[in-house]
Design a protein around this ligand. Sequence first.
Ligand SMILES: CC(=O)N[C@@H]1[C@@H](O)[C@H](O)[C@@H](COP(=O)(O)O)O[C@@H]1O
Length: 301
Amino acid sequence: MKYFDLQVNGAFGVDFSAPGLTADDFCRCAERVLAAGVTRFLPTLITSSWELYQRNLPLLAKAISAHGLDYAVPGFHLEGPFISSEPGAVGAHDPSKTRLPTPTALRELQTMAGGRLRLLTLAAELPGAPETAACAHNLGITVSLGHQLATSAQMAAIHADALTHLGNGLPNMIHRHHNPIWSGLADDELTAMIISDGHHLPAELIHCIIRCKGVDKLVVTSDASSVTGLPPGKYHLMGSNDATLHDNGLLYNDSKQCLVGSASLLPQCADFLRQEKLLTEEDITKVVWTNPHRLLRMDEY
Ligand SMILES: CC(=O)N[C@@H]1[C@@H](O)[C@H](O)[C@@H](COP(=O)(O)O)O[C@@H]1O
């Protein structure tokens, strides 16, 4: 089976948002991700300082072309900085590094990335989000809503394409009727991206998402973090020392009380869908290969 993962923050000890990232680190990591069965992936940069984007986006773009990785790594996913800074919605991201979206800032980021930004996660309720989303579409960037506390009306104003890790990146206590999960499920235009690592969502919730969205509007991502492939233990992750990778693969920050990405690659996320009998083999191919291409308006090959 072929796999296209739209959300990989790092793996095997390499963090794509680390201030000390080198081209060698990236290539070493990419080789191992590909050797583990992933066919294509989007390196994902989380909410970071402007200087970090100025450093890492060009570094990654250069490494990809210098090492002939254009097919395997067809672009980047920017998850932040245009997200909510509210506890829960901000998840494990650093709230002090979030910013309000503007078309100018997005254009600058796309320039730093050498035109390789393909997917942008942003919060719909932020001032400037509709204009920035429109700018993203003009730049050929797919827009996904996540790490947000938006209302249905705010989400509808964006004309987004997708939802980032639906069901995660939210406070543990939310209004039972008015919340971004129901709003996202109710909008037939939005493709739901979900993390099926066995920890981010319970099987019964994935079952409901599949029923609401239908297989053609579902994409599975791994949200793999830099500790993917490393032994259980305490790690410094996403700016905090409190991340623990547990024996069962759960990656959790006890002080922030949230998940911190996953410790799985996409083939393992597909295994969870099989194990829980959530999808057929044919449908799994759609959610890990066909649909990610369609969402990014890319030819599948
Ligand atoms: C790289 C990334 O952004 N990963 C997010 C993490 O930031 C967030 O904290 C978690 C929230 O899930 P929760 O709301 O269920 O704790 O989801 C994902 O793991």
